[in-house]
Design a binder for this molecule. Sequence first.
Ligand code: AMP
Ligand code: MG
Length: 323
Amino acid sequence: MDRKYVTEKVLADAAGIARAAEILRAGGLVAVPTETVYGLAARADSEEAVAQIFAAKGRPSFNPLIVHVSDADQARALVAMEPRALALADRFWPGPLTLVLPRHENAAVTSSIHAGLPTLAVRCPAHPVMRAVLDELAIPVAAPSANASETVSPTTPEHVLATLDGRIDAVLDAGASERGLESTIVALRQDGGWSLLREGPIGREILEDALGSEASNGRGIEAPGQMRRHYAPGKPLRLNARNAEPGEFLIGFGAIEGDVTLSATGDVNEAASRLYACLHLAAASDKPRIAVAPVPEDAVGRAINDRLRRAAAPRGGNQRSGS
Ligand code: AMP
Ligand code: MG
């Protein structure tokens, strides 16, 4: 791939946060730490800036982006925050919950973010460094995961540089992401229904507790995270493995040890935070194939299994490709 940029590596201290905000204000691209994964940020009101995200990632243009806001007031300027949205924001923001809501016609976001949909996806992230950048910038940013389209998501600056070095202006280094899985995405329908578009750190039970049982009016909204093949490590991946077959790099869990482990104690939250790091190690190993031990389907385990199934899906399995 072309190396258009000399990518600055910036430490996330006060000077680094100011530098990141300065680059973003000027329309540049900065990989920023969030509590879920590293995001590739650009100011949401600039078509030129957002176009650079799609170019750097090799992301298809029909695939809409999440807008990251500093608080619910900033979201309110972009989307209709109906009572359920306000209640969810009150309970889960800042945090790993993305809301898909009707977009105001005059919302100051460029059209490639929403790909022409009448809705917009908004999230208020919790990571203190990301919050400091958003506060300093005072403009919402679009930020998909900071990796080349279809590759494993980044939870460290090193993961970001593995596919985007020379393709972005800077990476703001705040160490490893705590949660390690992309945000839960919920669409609130105008008819009072809702749907879970992407599993994530906030589980279905918690949402049903807040919103009642999931009911969608069936009008499919496209979410790239829902595509069958995604998060691809570039090698065949076998699920529910009890041991390694010849040529396999085994990712363990609980009593199944493996070459690396998601969590030796069988803790699904630890497994979520380590999932992409383990997939990056497996991809970089000299073994031609990957196997992963079973992970229980409870709580965030469902989101982990969702990502693993997509990582295991065969090449060419997507009608559309995402990132
Ligand atoms: P990514 O940025 O790669 O984590 O993916 C962004 C996620 O947000 C994808 O699953 C998108 O489809 C989803 N998304 C963004 N905007 C919308 C929208 N207006 N309607 C439905 N899903 C959306
Ligand atoms: Mg992504």
